[in-house]
Structure formats: C-alpha cells, structure tokens
Design a binder for this molecule. Sequence first.
Ligand SMILES: C[S@@+](CC[C@H](N)C(=O)[O-])C[C@H]1O[C@@H](n2cnc3c(N)ncnc32)[C@H](O)[C@@H]1O
Length: 187
Amino acid sequence: MWIVVVSLILVVFFALCSSLFALMATSVPVVRTPEKMLAEISKLAAVQKSRIIVDAGCGDARTLLALCATQAACGRGYELNGPLKVFAMFRVLLAGRRKSIKIYFRDFFRCELEDVDLVYCFLMPAVMRRVGRKCLEEMRPGTRLVSYLWEVPDWEPTETIKLGGREDPLFIYVLEPEIKKDTNLPN
Ligand SMILES: C[S@@+](CC[C@H](N)C(=O)[O-])C[C@H]1O[C@@H](n2cnc3c(N)ncnc32)[C@H](O)[C@@H]1O
C-alpha cells in the first residue's frame, strides 16, 4: 500500500516540477482558448483548407483538435509542460486522431515550420514579436499565423475577427515579406 502512496506522491511532485519548469521557461501560463470560441476558430482553418496546422503551445490539445476538425488536416502540437503533453496525447488518442495529430514535448521556437500552412497561438504579448519573426522566416508566402488575443507588434493584421460576446480579437496574418513594418526592432 505504501508503495502506491509514495508512487502517487512522486508522480504529483514531478508533475508540479515539470509545470513550474514550463512556466519559468516560457513565461506563458496555462490558459485555454475559451470553448465557445473554438467553433469559429476551427471554421476558419477549414475554410482556408489548411493542411498542416501547428499549435505553438498546445496545452491539452483541445484547440488543436478543433483546428484539425476536418479529417484531411494534420496537426502538430508543441508543449513544454510535461503533464499537459501527456494529457494532450491521451485526448488525441481518444479522439481517434493519433495518426494525423502529433504532440511533441518541445519548444515551439525549436521546431521547423517549412511545410506548415497555419500556426495558431495563444501565448503572451512578450513573445509575439519572436513568434512573428520565426513564422515569417520559415513559412511559405501565403501561409497564416493566427493569434488569439495578442498582436505581433508593428505588424498590420490581414484580418481581425471579433469572437463571441466579449469580442475577443483573433488576429490573422497572411505571411508575406511586406507584412513586417520595422525589421530592426529588438525581441
Ligand atoms: C495560454 S496556453 C494555450 C493552450 C492552447 N493553445 C489553447 O489555446 O487552449 C499556452 C500554452 O503554451 C505552452 N507554451 C508556451 N510557450 C511555449 C513554447 N515556446 N514551446 C512550447 N509550449 C509553449 C504553455 O506551457 C501553455 O500550456
């Protein structure tokens, strides 16, 4: 009996340490895109026929699953919070999308985006300039960066959609070289 109790305590301890590490490494708290916004967000991905979709910090993968609602879409979720990554994998497994949606315990800023059609993110203002720069450098012209709540500083969104009763902004950037207004700004 005590072995079970000690094992449980260890699991909880490592889960807490991993979550704390993720928070310290990313400075981005775990907050989910509100459920009621998902239908509209996923419609957007479907309309644009995005085939490879990335969630930059996928949390529990609920949003990524909504974005990949059409079976033709393939998803990649990057998550630095270990317990959440495991949870996300279970969610994908239960949804029957194990083959087309992969979850990685990896820093989004270290992943490759050359073949990606749409990057979705719900992060924090402090990292948005870096996210924009990475997407612009690696993704093909005409592909999209979609950010819930936070803008890429000094970029003009191609479209801003207001979601739900609170009218939360969803910023859509079609990536073209001329999107960047000031290239010399710091991170
Ligand atoms: C605000 S939550 C959003 C979760 C999910 N995308 C959603 O919309 O429901 C942000 C998540 O991104 C993760 N994260 C932040 N920066 C990251 C990075 N550079 N690489 C991987 N994951 C990151 C955090 O651990 C957190 O779980």
